[in-house]
Design a binder for this molecule. Structure first.
Ligand SMILES: [Zn+2]
Length: 300
């Protein structure tokens, strides 16, 4: 039986002509990982200041019981499905408190914002999130510490509820979309990530932080495959990384633009007509392309 020329190749047969863009693909996974690193690096370098790294994990075995090496399937599924929305609420509330705190201290400028986030699957089959918080100026450090403190306090408060009650609240949101005010269903805050990387003050420079975040986002082969017996990715989250729009607006370093860079590169190499993008976009992509080459030249 002959295969029509335009049909997509079977999984694992991706090439420069066609890409499935899946993390689990041996061709596309590394490309995606490289783009994620460039995205973090470009934007964190543009931020330029010190970064405070923390990781927020899922609740423990009292709420998410184990089944062999993984969290029990049904519980993991339900928790993962609502993880993104619950985390968004948690961050929003934490940032409101952070803003209020620095304003009380007399700050009248623009409020600090989280520099970047990376979602990564834990080996037990549930999501966790790495946050890169701004820590260059005194105001940024005060704000970031308040945000982290809020997340920590929320976890401590919820830990006083019986596990069965927390499971019920999670189930209500998963099945019926019922949101309980002030309940987020997240677990421990790990504030020692940067310290483990050898930084006494628990803060990292842009490049180290970018590497750390990209490595976590790029667990496309190992941990993510553990998410289900079928090798499926964890549910509930397709976008793994997020960088403050304040930064991407300035730098233009987004996954979409990085894909355009590759496209433009092929056009130039093969002498094809340039894509019909608006001048402004072409200019940004061109700048990223030439900057990428400059970086490569300096490589080993
Ligand atoms: Zn692929």
């Amino acid at each position: 039986m002959s295969r029509p020329a335009e049909s997509k190749p079977p999984a694992g047969r991706c090439s420069s002509a066609w890409r499935c863009r899946k993390w689990t693909c041996s061709h596309c996974g590394p490309i995606r990982a490289g783009d994620e690193f460039r995205k973090f690096k470009g934007n964190l370098t543009a931020y330029g200041g010190r970064i405070m790294l923390v990781a927020v994990t899922a609740p423990g075995a009292d709420v998410l019981p184990w089944e062999g090496d993984l969290v029990e399937r049904r519980a993991a599924w339900a928790w993962n499905r609502t993880a993104s929305r619950r985390f968004a609420r948690l961050l929003k509330a934490a940032q409101v408190v952070g803003d209020r705190h620095v304003r009380r201290r007399g700050w009248r400028g623009q409020f600090p914002r989280i520099v970047a986030r990376a979602w990564a699957p834990q080996k037990r089959g549930v999501w966790h999130v790495h946050l890169a918080l701004p820590a260059e100026s005194e105001i940024e450090r005060v704000w970031s510490r308040t945000v982290v403190q809020f997340i920590y306090a929320a976890q401590r408060r919820e830990a006083t509820l019986p596990a069965a009650e927390r499971q019920t609240l999670l189930e209500l949101e998963y099945r019926f979309g019922i949101v309980t005010r002030g309940f987020y269903g997240w677990g421990f805050v790990d504030r020692k990530a940067a310290r483990r990387l050898g930084h006494v003050r628990g803060e990292l420079g842009a490049l180290r932080a970018a590497k750390y975040l990209a490595a976590n986002v790029a667990r496309y082969l190992g941990d993510n495959v553990v998410g289900g017996a079928s090798g499926q990715a964890l549910p509930g989250r397709s976008v793994r990384s997020h960088v403050s729009v304040r930064l991407t607006r300035t730098t233009g370093v987004t996954l979409r633009n990085l894909r355009r860079v590759r496209f433009l590169h092929v056009c130039l190499r093969q002498g094809l007509a340039l894509p019909e993008w608006p001048d402004e976009l072409l200019e940004v992509v061109w700048r990223l392309l030439t900057a990428g080459e400059a970086v490569a030249v300096r490589g080993p």
